[in-house]
Design a protein around this ligand. Structure first.
Ligand code: GRF
Length: 218
Protein backbone atom coordinates (compact mmCIF):
# COMPACT_ATOMS: atom_id res chain seq x y z
CA UNK A 1 0.00 0.00 0.00
CA UNK A 2 1.46 3.39 -0.90
CA UNK A 3 1.22 6.66 1.06
CA UNK A 4 -2.09 7.64 -0.53
CA UNK A 5 -3.65 4.36 0.39
CA UNK A 6 -4.15 3.00 -3.10
CA UNK A 7 -2.63 -0.27 -4.13
CA UNK A 8 -2.29 0.51 -7.82
CA UNK A 9 1.48 0.80 -7.91
CA UNK A 10 1.13 4.40 -9.20
CA UNK A 11 2.89 6.85 -6.88
CA UNK A 12 0.36 8.98 -4.98
CA UNK A 13 -0.24 12.62 -5.83
CA UNK A 14 1.22 14.43 -2.84
CA UNK A 15 -0.31 17.54 -1.29
CA UNK A 16 1.20 20.13 1.00
CA UNK A 17 -1.62 21.99 2.76
CA UNK A 18 -1.03 25.41 4.35
CA UNK A 19 -3.37 26.57 7.12
CA UNK A 20 -3.48 29.47 9.56
CA UNK A 21 -6.57 28.73 11.64
CA UNK A 22 -9.48 26.35 12.09
CA UNK A 23 -8.67 24.12 9.13
CA UNK A 24 -12.21 22.99 8.31
CA UNK A 25 -11.15 22.91 4.65
CA UNK A 26 -8.13 20.82 5.55
CA UNK A 27 -10.58 18.47 7.28
CA UNK A 28 -12.66 18.23 4.10
CA UNK A 29 -9.52 17.22 2.16
CA UNK A 30 -8.66 14.64 4.83
CA UNK A 31 -12.20 13.23 4.81
CA UNK A 32 -12.79 13.25 1.06
CA UNK A 33 -9.37 12.59 -0.48
CA UNK A 34 -6.59 11.61 1.89
CA UNK A 35 -5.71 7.92 1.49
CA UNK A 36 -8.78 7.46 -0.71
CA UNK A 37 -9.33 5.81 -4.09
CA UNK A 38 -8.16 8.86 -6.06
CA UNK A 39 -4.57 8.07 -4.98
CA UNK A 40 -4.07 11.48 -3.34
CA UNK A 41 -2.28 11.89 -0.03
CA UNK A 42 -1.50 14.84 2.21
CA UNK A 43 2.26 14.66 2.69
CA UNK A 44 2.55 17.56 5.15
CA UNK A 45 0.49 20.34 6.75
CA UNK A 46 2.32 23.62 7.27
CA UNK A 47 1.23 26.63 9.32
CA UNK A 48 2.50 30.08 10.20
CA UNK A 49 0.62 29.80 13.50
CA UNK A 50 1.57 27.19 16.07
CA UNK A 51 -1.90 27.48 17.64
CA UNK A 52 -3.79 26.71 14.43
CA UNK A 53 -6.48 24.10 15.04
CA UNK A 54 -5.62 22.73 11.60
CA UNK A 55 -2.35 21.38 13.05
CA UNK A 56 -4.35 19.30 15.53
CA UNK A 57 -6.60 18.00 12.78
CA UNK A 58 -3.48 16.93 10.83
CA UNK A 59 -1.91 15.26 13.85
CA UNK A 60 -5.14 13.36 14.53
CA UNK A 61 -5.01 12.04 10.96
CA UNK A 62 -1.36 11.03 11.39
CA UNK A 63 -0.12 13.66 8.92
CA UNK A 64 3.28 15.31 9.54
CA UNK A 65 3.15 19.02 10.45
CA UNK A 66 5.59 21.94 10.41
CA UNK A 67 5.34 25.51 11.71
CA UNK A 68 7.10 28.50 10.17
CA UNK A 69 6.34 31.60 12.27
CA UNK A 70 7.07 34.94 10.61
CA UNK A 71 8.77 36.08 13.81
CA UNK A 72 11.64 33.67 13.17
CA UNK A 73 12.50 35.21 9.78
CA UNK A 74 13.89 38.54 8.57
CA UNK A 75 11.42 38.86 5.71
CA UNK A 76 8.59 37.08 3.92
CA UNK A 77 10.70 35.80 1.03
CA UNK A 78 13.10 34.09 3.43
CA UNK A 79 10.15 32.66 5.37
CA UNK A 80 8.61 31.28 2.16
CA UNK A 81 11.94 29.82 0.99
CA UNK A 82 12.20 27.83 4.21
CA UNK A 83 8.62 26.68 3.80
CA UNK A 84 9.27 25.70 0.16
CA UNK A 85 12.30 23.65 1.25
CA UNK A 86 10.11 21.74 3.73
CA UNK A 87 7.45 21.13 1.06
CA UNK A 88 10.15 19.90 -1.36
CA UNK A 89 11.53 17.62 1.36
CA UNK A 90 8.09 16.00 1.44
CA UNK A 91 8.08 15.75 -2.39
CA UNK A 92 4.88 17.73 -2.69
CA UNK A 93 3.18 17.89 -6.13
CA UNK A 94 0.62 20.59 -5.28
CA UNK A 95 0.51 23.24 -2.56
CA UNK A 96 -2.99 24.04 -1.28
CA UNK A 97 -3.63 27.27 0.63
CA UNK A 98 -6.64 26.31 2.76
CA UNK A 99 -7.27 29.30 4.99
CA UNK A 100 -3.63 30.41 4.91
CA UNK A 101 -3.70 34.07 5.81
CA UNK A 102 -0.28 35.32 4.64
CA UNK A 103 0.38 36.48 1.09
CA UNK A 104 2.86 34.13 -0.54
CA UNK A 105 5.99 35.42 -2.29
CA UNK A 106 8.37 34.19 -5.01
CA UNK A 107 10.18 32.42 -2.14
CA UNK A 108 7.44 29.78 -2.47
CA UNK A 109 6.03 30.37 -5.96
CA UNK A 110 9.39 30.02 -7.76
CA UNK A 111 9.75 26.49 -6.34
CA UNK A 112 6.17 25.50 -7.29
CA UNK A 113 5.30 27.28 -10.56
CA UNK A 114 1.55 26.91 -11.28
CA UNK A 115 1.43 24.40 -8.45
CA UNK A 116 -0.03 26.57 -5.71
CA UNK A 117 -3.82 26.96 -5.39
CA UNK A 118 -5.93 29.07 -3.05
CA UNK A 119 -9.50 29.09 -1.82
CA UNK A 120 -11.29 32.43 -1.57
CA UNK A 121 -14.77 33.00 -0.08
CA UNK A 122 -16.05 35.33 -2.81
CA UNK A 123 -16.49 35.37 -6.57
CA UNK A 124 -13.19 36.84 -7.74
CA UNK A 125 -12.27 39.30 -9.12
CA UNK A 126 -14.94 40.84 -6.87
CA UNK A 127 -14.06 41.25 -3.22
CA UNK A 128 -10.42 40.16 -2.96
CA UNK A 129 -8.55 40.67 0.32
CA UNK A 130 -8.76 39.55 3.91
CA UNK A 131 -12.45 40.12 4.77
CA UNK A 132 -14.42 39.24 1.63
CA UNK A 133 -17.55 37.98 3.39
CA UNK A 134 -17.95 41.18 5.41
CA UNK A 135 -17.06 43.30 2.35
CA UNK A 136 -19.64 41.52 0.18
CA UNK A 137 -22.40 42.06 2.72
CA UNK A 138 -21.43 45.69 3.39
CA UNK A 139 -21.54 46.36 -0.35
CA UNK A 140 -25.08 45.01 -0.55
CA UNK A 141 -24.30 42.32 -3.13
CA UNK A 142 -27.05 39.71 -3.63
CA UNK A 143 -24.82 36.93 -4.96
CA UNK A 144 -21.43 35.84 -3.70
CA UNK A 145 -19.66 32.48 -3.77
CA UNK A 146 -16.41 30.59 -3.67
CA UNK A 147 -13.37 30.66 -5.96
CA UNK A 148 -10.52 28.17 -6.28
CA UNK A 149 -7.65 29.70 -8.23
CA UNK A 150 -3.97 29.33 -9.02
CA UNK A 151 -1.82 31.67 -6.97
CA UNK A 152 0.36 34.31 -8.56
CA UNK A 153 2.20 37.19 -6.91
CA UNK A 154 -0.90 39.37 -6.60
CA UNK A 155 -3.51 39.25 -3.87
CA UNK A 156 -6.24 36.86 -5.11
CA UNK A 157 -5.44 37.60 -8.77
CA UNK A 158 -4.37 34.23 -10.23
CA UNK A 159 -6.18 32.21 -12.94
CA UNK A 160 -9.54 30.82 -11.80
CA UNK A 161 -10.06 27.04 -11.72
CA UNK A 162 -13.56 26.62 -10.23
CA UNK A 163 -16.26 28.95 -8.93
CA UNK A 164 -19.68 28.39 -7.43
CA UNK A 165 -22.27 31.00 -6.53
CA UNK A 166 -24.02 31.42 -3.17
CA UNK A 167 -27.10 33.60 -2.81
CA UNK A 168 -27.07 36.22 -0.06
CA UNK A 169 -30.37 36.25 1.85
CA UNK A 170 -31.84 39.46 3.26
CA UNK A 171 -31.72 38.04 6.78
CA UNK A 172 -28.16 36.68 6.48
CA UNK A 173 -25.58 37.56 9.09
CA UNK A 174 -21.85 37.26 8.37
CA UNK A 175 -21.88 33.99 10.30
CA UNK A 176 -24.91 32.44 8.54
CA UNK A 177 -23.43 33.36 5.16
CA UNK A 178 -20.02 32.06 6.20
CA UNK A 179 -21.67 28.73 7.08
CA UNK A 180 -23.20 28.33 3.59
CA UNK A 181 -19.94 29.42 1.95
CA UNK A 182 -18.07 26.81 3.96
CA UNK A 183 -20.42 24.08 2.72
CA UNK A 184 -19.55 25.00 -0.86
CA UNK A 185 -15.83 25.29 -0.05
CA UNK A 186 -15.76 21.84 1.48
CA UNK A 187 -17.12 20.47 -1.79
CA UNK A 188 -15.26 22.43 -4.48
CA UNK A 189 -11.74 22.54 -3.00
CA UNK A 190 -11.45 18.71 -2.91
CA UNK A 191 -13.02 18.63 -6.39
CA UNK A 192 -10.42 21.08 -7.78
CA UNK A 193 -7.60 19.04 -6.23
CA UNK A 194 -8.98 15.85 -7.75
CA UNK A 195 -9.23 17.49 -11.18
CA UNK A 196 -5.62 18.72 -11.01
CA UNK A 197 -4.30 15.41 -9.69
CA UNK A 198 -5.97 13.55 -12.55
CA UNK A 199 -4.50 15.89 -15.16
CA UNK A 200 -7.82 17.43 -16.17
CA UNK A 201 -6.81 21.07 -15.57
CA UNK A 202 -4.82 22.94 -18.22
CA UNK A 203 -4.17 26.46 -19.44
CA UNK A 204 -5.59 27.79 -22.72
CA UNK A 205 -2.53 28.04 -24.97
CA UNK A 206 -3.78 31.27 -26.55
CA UNK A 207 -4.72 32.87 -23.25
CA UNK A 208 -2.95 31.40 -20.23
CA UNK A 209 -5.20 33.50 -18.02
CA UNK A 210 -7.98 31.03 -18.93
CA UNK A 211 -7.98 27.66 -17.24
CA UNK A 212 -9.68 24.79 -19.05
CA UNK A 213 -11.14 21.94 -17.01
CA UNK A 214 -11.88 18.69 -18.80
CA UNK A 215 -14.63 17.78 -16.33
CA UNK A 216 -16.21 15.09 -18.47
CA UNK A 217 -13.06 13.10 -19.08
CA UNK A 218 -12.84 10.09 -16.75
C1 GRF B 1 -12.09 29.88 4.22
O1 GRF B 1 -13.33 30.56 4.17
C2 GRF B 1 -11.23 30.24 3.04
O2 GRF B 1 -11.97 30.56 1.91
C3 GRF B 1 -10.50 31.47 3.53
O3 GRF B 1 -10.24 31.21 4.89
C4 GRF B 1 -11.27 30.36 5.40
C5 GRF B 1 -10.58 29.23 6.13
O4 GRF B 1 -11.47 28.41 6.83
N1 GRF B 1 -9.32 31.70 2.73
P1 GRF B 1 -10.95 27.07 7.50
O5 GRF B 1 -9.70 27.40 8.33
O6 GRF B 1 -10.64 26.09 6.41
O7 GRF B 1 -12.06 26.61 8.37
Amino acid sequence: MNAAGADSGTPPFRLGVLVSGSGSNLQSIIDKLHNGPANIGIAVVVSDNNKAKGLMRAAEAGIPTAVFSMIDFDDRVEHDRAMAAELKRHEVDLVVLAGYMLLVTPGLLDSFPYKVINLHPALLPAFPGASPIEDTMDYGARITGVTVHFVDEGADTGPIILQEAVEIKYNDTVESLRGRIHEVEHRILPRAIELIASGRVRFDEENPRRVIVDEDRP
